[in-house]
Structure formats: structure tokens, C-alpha cells
Design a protein around this ligand. Sequence first.
Ligand code: HAM
Length: 418
Amino acid sequence: MVNGVRGTRDFYPEDMRLRNWLFQKFHSSSLSHGFEEYDSPIIEHEELYTRKQGEEITQQLYNFEDKGGRKISLRPEMTPSLARMVMARSGTLPLPIKWYSIPQCWRYERTQRGRGREHYQWNVDIWGMEGIEADAELLSVMVHMLSSVGLTHEDVVIRISSRKVLEEVLGSLGIEGDSFTKTCVIVDKMDKLPAETVSAQLSELGISDSSIATIQSVLGVRELSDLKGMLSTDSPAVIELEGLFRLLESYGIVEWTMFDASIVRGLAYYTGPVFEAHDRSGDLRAICGGGRYDKLIGTLGGRDLPATGFGFGDMVIMELLREKGLLPDISSRVSDVVFSMDESLRGAAMMVSSKLRDSGRTVDLVLEPKKMKWVFKHSERTGAERLVMVMPDEWQAGKVRIKDLKTGEESDTDFESL
Ligand code: HAM
């Protein structure tokens, strides 16, 4: 087959330069907040993902049987692998754990703008902290990254709610436990599916029409103060969210955020605050999303440990940056092009290149006989700063000629002092 697999991408050097630039921003924002990098294999036991709450992600697995008859899946997300790693060292890792990673994830999705069948997903998570301070710190990392690529709160909004809002409402309607989780997974599709489809799916769960109406009216709320009227006056969900917004004010990032009760997220394991960032124009899919998942390890058979985090894909952000003209113009990183005037000086050019490379320069040595015109064009293409020419008379005198490609100035330099 000459084509790559549908929904996957090739990264040509010019794409790779941009990807590295983006990943560098992921790294530096994580490090600026004291997070440490981790990694894990791209394959896991399928079992790690076979949750039964109707989540799309569990139906999109790239799974297969390996030669030993094991059921294996490419990871569709990083969180279960992280939970597995934390579980394996349970009790020995100093808390809180503040880790980040940039894994490639695989989901058999319907491909569309900003969604592919593979993507890289920056994951930032904190384990071992119950308080909303951890959630606020994560939002700070997220905003740090968004600012570092030149976006502002006029471009992006982070919508925040809490699973506890719906939990309180549904609890009062007698919808709890597994039914509650399934309801969240369905409700998450409100903006993607027609209202009737969502209502029908909720009915199938045994939720009455009046309860569906209540759910819908709660999800429409966009002001925390309005929510107060709908929940009990001392609603823990509202108190927690108010606390969270106060912390965001202290971080100086509250203008990037808003309360939005319709944010519930489509993954079953969330238990508390949940958040998603979107472009303000609303043209693109979510830029990133996450939330608190205090009970994930329990579902994997371990002892629960509070956790919160987010995943931030590489596709939507690139679309947005391209749209806003914020992608940098990055040329390759060659500092010197080295060129010998004739065949007999090839060895000399290699010596010159080695010396320059040892001194830390990035050198592209012209390996074949080429005309001067080609060399100049090539230097321009690579964005080199200098052209180092090995010429017969100069080399005899122990010198090379250096042309500064910005100013056009030429000078002869001793080989020894290169
Ligand atoms: P998620 O909302 O499924 O959450 O994915 C998080 C982000 O990954 C999305 O907002 C989007 O940027 C990117 N993403 C997801 N699927 C695709 C796709 N098919 N193509 C391109 N980008 C995609 C999770 O995965 C959670 N595990 C995040 C998390 C970490 N929660 C706590 N910690």
C-alpha cells in the first residue's frame, strides 16, 4: 500500500519542526510548575479499558490478540496506564505525585477536523491531593501553555463544572451509582447529538421524562449563582466550585475561565471538578479536557487515591494556531554549511566540519561535487548563518574562507582558531 493508514499522519521535517516546537511548550509549561516526565508502553492489556458504562472510547479500541493469545490494545488515552503505574508503586511513591507525559494515543474515531485516529496527547496529572488546590494548579499549567504559544483569554475559554453538580441533582431523583455514571456519559453528547436522541438514551436507562427535563434545565445553567437556587443552599458542589474560582482569581487566570454546567465529560471515571478548553468562536472541537477522578484505581482493583488531570491533544491547538497566524516560522537549525571547492579538498572539508561540530556548531557538509550557485541556494534553504568554504590557496595557508550569510561579508580564518 502506498498510502498511510486512514486517520494517521506522516510528519515531514517541516511538520516535525512545528511538532517539536509545540512539544517544547508542553515540556516547559510542565517543568515550570514542577511536574516530572514519565512514559509507558503504547500497548496495554485490553482489560485496562473495558469499562462498561457506554463510553465511546471503549468502543474505539485498536485491539488485537498477540502471538501468545493475549488480548492487547493500543492505548486510547494515558490515564489508565498512569493509574496502573501509580498502583504498582502504591504506598512507596512520595505524595503528591506531579507527573506529565506526551504519549501517542489511538482511537478508531470518525475522522474530522481536529480529530484523527492517532494523536499526541499532553497529559498532566496530580495524585494524592484531595483539595481543589490541585485542580487549580492544573488549570494554571494549562493557561501557562496557552499563553506561551501566544493565545489570550479572548481566543480561548476554559469551561468548568463539577460532576458533583449533576450528582446532587440526580441523587435527589434517585439516580445513583452506575446509572449516574451512564447518565453522565450520555449527557456529554448533548452538543453532538440531536436532543431527541439523547432523551431517548436517557429514557432507556429508566429515567422519567420529568427527570430528563430537570437534567436539561440544570445543564443549561451558566452562572454559579443561578445554580444555588436549584441545589440546596449548602450544596457542597457549589461551595467547592466557588472555592475553585477564588483560587483561579489568585492565580490571575480567572478571565480565561467560566462556569458551564453542561460540561460533564464523556469518560466514566470523573468524580469532581471537570473542565474543557474551547476556542471562543466555537468552530473547533475541544482543545483539551480533564478533571478529577478519585476512584479510578478502585475500579482497577487497587486502593483509591485522589487524582486529577487533563489531556491536551496536538491537533486542535495546531488548527487554532494556524487560523490565528500564531505558528512560528522555524527554519532548520544548521548554523554552518561547509563546502570544498574541489574534490581534492574533500578530506579537508571533513576535517573542518569535525572541528566545527566538536565546538558545538551544527554543520551541514556538502557531500558531493556541486556548483557554487547550488551551494548558495542550499545555504539559503537550510537557513544557515555562515558558509565555510575550503579553497585551494587558503587551505595551503592553513585558512578557510567564511561568508556571513546575513551581511554578505567574507573573511579568512585560521583552521586552528575555528
Ligand atoms: P479526552 O477528552 O478523551 O480525555 O481527550 C483529551 C484531549 O485529547 C481532547 O480534548 C483532544 O485535545 C485530544 N483528543 C482526544 N481524542 C482525539 C482524537 N481522536 N484526535 C485528536 N485529538 C484527540 C482523556 O483522554 C483523558 N484521559 C484526559 C485526562 C487526563 N483526564 C485526566 N487526566
